[in-house]
Structures are given as C-alpha cells and as structure tokens.
Write a protein that binds this ligand. Sequence first.
Ligand code: AGP
Length: 607
Amino acid sequence: MCGIFGCVLKNGEVASTIHSSLKRLEYRGYDSVGEATLHEGKLFIKKDVGKIDEVHATHDLDNLPGKIGLGHTRWATHGAPTKVNAHPHTDCEEQIAVVHNGIIENFAELKKELEDRGHFFRSKTDTEVIAHLVEEKMREGSALKAAVAEAVKRLEGSYAVAVVSVKEPDKIVCARKESPLTLGVGENGVYCASDIPAFLLYTNKVVIVNDGELVVLREDGCELSKIADLSLIRREPKVIDWTPEMAEKQGYPHFMLKEIMEQPLTLRNTLRLQEHYLELMTTFLDRASEVFLVACGTSHHACLAATYMFSKLAFHITHPVIASEFVEQYGKSVNIDSTILAVSQSGETADTLASVESARQRAATILGLTNTIGSTLTRVSRVYIGQQSGPEIGVAATKTFTSQLSVLSQLAIYLAKKRGKISQEEIDVLEEKVLKIPDMVETILKTQQEKIKQLAKKYKNHTAFFFLGRGISYATALEGRLKLMEIAYVPAIAFPAGESKHGPISLVEQGFPVVFICARDDTRKTLAGNIMEMKARGATILAICEEDDTEIKRLADDYVEVPAGIPEVLSPIPYVVPLQLFAYYMALERGCDPDMPRNLAKSVTVK
Ligand code: AGP
C-alpha cells in the first residue's frame, strides 16, 4: 500500500525531512516516489519511478524550497508504475498537489464527469480526480479545507489523502476513510503520515485520525474536524514508546503476524476490484476449451481450491498445475484454444513465468492474478487482476493467499452467473457471504489467537504432523502444512483424508498429531469417519471446525473455532487463518524467525 507524508515546519527547509521520512516508509514496498513543496506562492514537484535512492540520485529530493510539503511512495494499483502516474498529482493549473493511499472505486465516472467539464488529466491513476475535484470547489469560492471535504465526499472506496494549494500556502489539509492516517506533533513542526515510523525520529507525540475525519495542519498545530459537517474535534496527542524498527511492524513482533492481522482489511480491498476486469477475465475463462491454473507454492494451493470453486459453481473444469511441472506435463498439448491463468503474488516467480512463456509461444491466452502491478506477469498477460493486498514482507505468504482465494471465488461466481449453472438465489447467498468473510476472519483473529498460542506450546515438540481435509479443504490442508514446514521446520504431510487408508495411516502411532480441516460441507460425514480411523490408532486430533459443531468438538482432542455458516467454496479463507497462526506460534516456540525462514526467498526468480 502507498505511503503518504506531509509536514509543516516552523523553521528550515522541509525537503530533506520529507526525503528521510519516505525512507522510513520504504518497508511498505513501493515502485515510485515523489515530493511537492510550496514556496513563495509556487508549487515545486519532483517525482519518478524507482527506489528513493535512485530517484534522489537523479533528482536530488533534498533540493526543493519551502517549509511545507508532501511526500509519497507509490504501490501501483491503478495505472502502471510510470513517472506520470507517480504522486503528487495536480489540478489543471498545477496549483493544487495531492498524495493519496487507497482505492477510489468510482474514479472512472468522476474522471469522465470532470473531463466533460473541460478538466485535463495527465495520468492513468484514480488519485488525480481528487486534485480536480478540489480545484472545482476552490474555483466556486470554497476555502481549501471545505473544498477537500466536498471533494472526498464524492469518493467511494478508501483514502488517506493530503492536499496543498498555492492559494493557501500555510497549510496542509488531509482526510481519511479506511486507509491509515496518523499525525505527529513535534517541537519544530507537525506531520501527517500513513504510518508512525515516518515521523518517529522527530516526535513520539501521536494523534490517530479516525475514519470520516479531516485535519488542517499549520505550523502552530493540527485542527481536527468531521468531514460531514466540519464540526471541530478535540483530541490530545498520545506519547508512544516505540523504536523505529518496532513501528514498521506497527507494534507487532514480526511482519508475518502483522500481515496475518491485516487480512480483514486486505480482504475488504479484494471486494473493491473493478467489475470490468472481473467480467473480462470471466469471458476469457468461459470461452476457453481448457483452462490451466498455473502457480507455485502457496499460489498453487489457491489454484487447487479454485478448481473446486469453478467446478461446483460454474460446472467448469480447470486444471491446477504446479508450474515447475507444467511444460513437462502439458507443454506439448497446449494450443490456441488453451487458456492459462497464472497466479503469483510477486508476479516474478521463474517457474510460473517459464510456463507462461512456453504457452504463449503456442498461442495460448494468458491471464494473470498478482499482487504486484508492473511485475513481469502483468506485462505478459492479456488480462490481469491486481489483488491489492499491499506489500507482503514476511517470506511466508499469508494475506496474499486469502486475497487470491477471495478473487478466485469472485471469478467463480461471475462464471456461475454467466453460465446460469446455479440459481440466482444461490448466487445471492454466496455474494452476501463473500461480503461477510472479512468480518468472519476478524472474529477468528479476535477470539482464537490466544488459544492457538497455547496449542503451539502443547504441540511444539512433535516431530511430524498430518494435515487432512476432504474436497476443497484438501487445499487448505496443503497450505497449513506448507506454513508449518517453511517457518517452524517441522516435517508435515497433507493429503485428502480419504487417502489415509492407502498408505499414510501406517505412520500413525500413539499421540501422532493430525490436524483436520472440518468444513461443514458434503464431505462432513465421511470426514468424521476418517477422524475415527485416526483416533483408533492413537492419533491426537486437532480440529478446525465451526463454533457450533458439537460432533467434531466431541471427537477432537483440541479444536479451534471458526464462525458458523461459511459456504464450502469460501471455506479455505477463514479455515486457513488458524493454521497460519498455529505455524507462527510453533515457529516462536521452536526459536525460529517467522519472517526470514532459512533457505527461502520471498520471490523465487530462478528455475
Ligand atoms: C509461500 O509462503 C512461499 N513463500 C512460496 O511457496 C510462494 O508461495 C511461492 O514461491 C510462489 O510465490 P508467488 O506467489 O510470488 O509466485
């Protein structure tokens, strides 16, 4: 997610402060950077694609005049990472500058409306509409504060935005809805930022801005108001005792735990994808004679789950393929009627890109699902969807997995609608549940975290595990297994529970831990039988089940609860969260670093 920063100094030039503060937002991940300052009634802007140090080397980010300014690190969601799409964005007259973090869902309509009224747009971003909306209000005579309030009222989606204008060169106006925004009150200035690390070097006096609030920053302080009616809000700064390193993790001990806890927010982001791209991708999937879902590791598990979704909702057969085997397994049979949906959070995984390249050479259609706009996968795809999870720092994929599942489930519902394979009533129920999933994940994180921590203490010395599920839960089991192996270094096997009798059950002896994913679906009855089989051989059963599932709770030695009423095809999202936490706490109990597991890289760019 982008990083925004703003600062009004009492003394001195602001540019170097903006530059060093953006450096402390680098951990958020970005592809371009920019600054704007106000001086003697003029706006000064420097921005470009690349890392801060690279852009500084070419543009000197410390050399802009003035003691008021904005800064931005961009993580592209709308519009590729280019210089013109980098922030700050301006109005037609380049008198207003805006930096923004978030997603404006209705930007296309607003842009058309503004262009029809003669506004001239420079970039492909959603953000630029804000500068032109503020321009309009100020042209109608509004002061900057009121103009920003009126402008953001037109926005649908999420935003943390900061605005300056040459017409009112003594202030910054910022506003927030869902995206994070914090204020810092220091001796020599006031600061606004997406995150506390940005200004922690200058002050630890912090004011958190809530949704629906607007702030005017002047050198003498901050004034908070309600966006709705500009009524004033009194809020005293709080002193926080964080080190900059701690602040990057927002107080969490590890990025992995922070990213697990971010999932309600990142899942809500996946519900804001542009229908146009979902429909376009659905059209390609619908008309394909064969569809291969190609990926590696965790992304492959999302693909496997998707094959159940596409089949159950749209009666559409798709083939989940581990990318490193794709060319061997299907290379020669791919042709012009084949469609490849490549799934990769980094968009740079070599095996996945090699599969795509071999298919492209055989004229197949390439579709992409990624978390990294501007990545190679986005450049080789006919259509791609950016899943908007924000940068994932922990090597173990967590929030990007649940976001992949959310996007794939939405595609399956679109395909079901297109093909009319299930009733409108079933579709309505599913769509209503998809909207509820972020809240369900929030409930699990709130109610089960401590319990899972205790379970990790109990299971930490086990030297091997089984992860079992049936149907779509087999994909969840595979992901739970991978998390435990990659960060706690515990050997584990996952397989469809029905396979136990065909070999693996020979490993089971007294106390052997078996994790069962017990979604309430058509496999429920047989799965209960599989649990009995394992218990009969002395296994210790750890079950993930619905809160009111008394039968499974009775059968299990330990259990973790998820909310009731989760449709089968959506179950991997809430059911994997306890497994992510279990692996995390097992890693801590076993003295492993959850963020930088040995022998692993976040993006595997070699075959
Ligand atoms: C998952 O925790 C691992 N980091 C790894 O398996 C990962 O999912 C795999 O390398 C694929 O990465 P991608 O989604 O960036 O292509």
